[in-house]
Design a protein around this ligand. Structure first.
Ligand SMILES: [Ca+2]
Ligand SMILES: [Ca+2]
Length: 189
């Protein structure tokens, strides 16, 4: 029974949502109620129906107890610059005005060696995603690694703003090893 509960928790896409609802507006957009602060935790190859993954490349699926939820994916870093892996929450997070996003990524594998894996978050009303930062997966902590919080200005005239996914892109650097994609967390406020 305990094991079952744990696996249900691991599958949870929305980890926490602040009950202190700070937005003054009572509006909804696409029927989704805005929340003051929301954390999404999304694994690769998620089994949770409230979130999803998509990818270009990252064909290699890995099973190992060192990974979050015992699995991960990888893409050769060298020549991999146009491939990507995406973690997406259904509906995402939206509010009027600037959204702040803090991203954490789980990496734990000796072949994840990308010296500058690139992470992005969705930025609605722009075709260009917002860069979160780069991570040297070779020297990253085994486990969770957190980026500084970034801000996403609304580019819409009415201030509407939304973000629903995180992506990793291999650096494409001329080096050995792989770019890994395991679990991510993103906290929006
Ligand atoms: Ca998984
Ligand atoms: Ca995983």
């Amino acid at each position: 029974m305990k094991k079952q509960i744990i696996s249900i928790l691991l599958a949870m896409c929305v980890v926490s949502s602040s009950s202190a609802f700070a937005l003054s507006s009572n509006q909804t957009q696409n029927g989704i109620e805005p929340r003051a602060t929301t954390t999404f935790l999304i694994d690769n190859d998620t089994i949770d129906s409230s979130c999803s993954n998509s990818r270009y490349g990252f064909n290699e699926y890995l099973s190992d107890t060192g990974h979050y939820n015992n699995d991960a994916r990888r893409q050769l870093t060298k020549g991999g610059g146009s491939y990507w892996y995406r973690w997406e929450s259904n509906g995402g997070f939206w509010k009027n005005g600037t959204i702040y996003a803090k991203v954490g990524v789980y990496v734990n594998n000796k072949y994840f060696l990308d010296s500058a894996a690139e992470y992005y978050v969705e930025r609605t009303y722009s075709t260009i995603m917002a860069p979160v930062g780069t991570l040297n997966q070779n020297y990253a902590k085994a486990g969770w690694n957190y980026f500084n919080e970034i801000s996403l200005n609304s580019l819409s005239a009415d201030g509407a703003n939304k973000s629903s996914f995180v992506e990793v892109w291999p650096s494409g650097n001329n080096q050995t090893g792989y770019t890994g994609a395991d679990a991510i967390q993103v906290t929006y406020r």
